[in-house]
Design a binder for this molecule. Structure first.
Ligand code: URA
Length: 427
């Protein structure tokens, strides 16, 4: 029989926890036998002492087994999902899920809501009037098996890795989110429980991401790829740039509009490039060859899937999107070239305007966010519009404006164009 205090002190002094200690502590925490303050102390000990590969694998398995595991083997089509560790302007799931479904895979994507400066996929889709994130298991199965749809983006139900749900909420308020073993096990326990055959991880690296440097992004990616392989989920990771924000918008309805532009064959080149690259990786991981996702964007079949996917979850794919009541334009105060746009500052601005939340459960504004009109390497003159701020609450404009002004850097001289979107592939 184990007890929480011995497990906490063992980890605090750098000892490796045994499999049975890990199984016990996760199960006891899920059922309220290990108290929140004890689990918070253990999370802090893990934050400082780390975990061996064997410990992370067992911790992940215990969290996966704390609830039920979905099974889509009856679908008769390979299932594949993508998970991003979170960035600013990262709306890739929106065009990607219907695109990959249009190429022949089933895409069961359980997503989250945003917290802090990074946005959440469910918040973006909820900007579409009528669209529902909470689906029953039966609804998910019906949408995935419908040959006209085949992709579902929804919230994880209460029985999917409940230990992680509880632990993540605790980490969020105890300064223990930024631990590689805890992040890797949290993400992978949910993805394994989701029942996907294959998984592509988009590990963001840079100022606007959780992982600020390449070495930690690599370590996180390798840990997650190993956890996927251990659990029988074919997993690959791409490390992708998040120093500058993705695309030209950060905010819920603004990003839905941009995703629709991509599905219509337009949209910003970095969003298109990352969408097509991730789609190719997902198809390879799912064992589907002979289909080029770029063709499915061009021929309109990805757009048809998008419309079917939105309608299947109660949304009107052709209806108007919400627009914020107030806007404010930030103008260039110099002549020259944009050399940098700081993703973190843009994320903070969008969040302050009402696109994100400071606490779990808060409402977000559908129309709020930032739209930037120039990219890195583009020339501006004094008075050129750099960005438009959107909000329903104009008292939020000054703080957001200050963040956007800090985000843009210019120079009189030309700069080399922005770095490649994909930095490295692991797996
Ligand atoms: N996303 C998760 O699901 N878990 C983490 O720990 C961090 C990001």
């Amino acid at each position: 029989m184990h007890d929480a205090v011995s497990i906490i002190t063992a980890k605090r002094s750098g000892q490796e926890l045994s499999g049975s200690e890990i199984d016990w502590v996760i199960e006891a925490f899920t059922h309220g036998i290990v108290a929140d303050e004890q689990m918070a102390a253990l999370a802090m000990a893990i934050y400082f002492q780390g975990m061996s590969s064997a410990e992370v694998a067992r911790w992940t398995a215990a969290m996966t087994q704390s609830g039920s595991r979905m099974d889509f083997s009856w679908l008769g089509r390979p299932t594949v999902d993508k998970h991003s560790t979170g960035g600013v302007g990262d709306k890739i799931t929106l065009p990607l899920a219907p695109l990959v479904a249009a190429c022949g895979a089933a895409v069961p994507q359980l997503s989250g809501r945003g917290l802090g400066h990074t946005g959440g996929t469910l918040d973006k889709l909820e900007a579409i009037p009528g669209w529902r994130a909470d689906l029953s298991g039966e609804e998910i199965a019906n949408i995935l098996s419908n040959p006209q749809v085949g992709a579902v983006v929804c919230a994880a139900g209460p029985d999917l890795a409940p230990a992680d749900r509880k632990l993540y909420a605790l980490r969020d308020v105890t300064g223990t989110v930024e631990s590689i073993p805890l992040i890797a096990s949290s993400i992978m326990s949910k993805k394994i429980a989701e029942g996907t055959d294959a998984l592509v991880l988009d590990v963001k690296v840079g100022r606007g991401a959780f992982m600020k440097d390449l070495a930690s992004a690599r370590e996180l990616a390798r840990t997650m790829v190993e956890l996927g392989a251990d659990a029988g989920v074919r997993t690959v990771a791409l490390l992708t740039a998040m120093d500058a924000p993705l695309g030209r918008t950060a905010g819920n309805a603004l990003e839905v509009r941009e995703a629709i532009d991509v599905l219509a064959g337009g949209g910003p080149s970095d969003v298109v490039e990352l969408t097509v690259t991730l789609a190719r990786e997902m198809l390879t991981a799912a064992g589907i060859d002979g289909v080029d996702p770029a063709d499915r964007l061009r021929d309109g079949s990805a757009m048809d899937r998008w419309r079917a996917m939105i309608a299947a979850q109660g949304g009107d794919p052709l209806g108007p999107l919400p627009v914020a009541r107030h806007t404010d334009v930030v103008l260039a105060e110099f002549d020259g070239v944009i050399t940098d746009i700081d993703a973190y500052e843009v994320g903070i601005a969008a969040w302050r305007l009402g696109a994100g939340r400071a606490r779990q459960g808060e409402a977000v504004q559908a129309g709020a966010g930032v739209e930037w009109h120039v990219g890195v390497g583009e020339h501006v003159s004094i008075g050129t519009p750099l960005a438009t701020l959107h909000t329903d609450t104009p008292d939020k404009l000054p703080a957001a404006r200050a963040a956007v002004e800090r985000a843009f850097t210019g120079s009189l001289e030309a700069v080399s164009p922005r770095q490649d979107v994909v930095i490295e592939r692991i797996g």
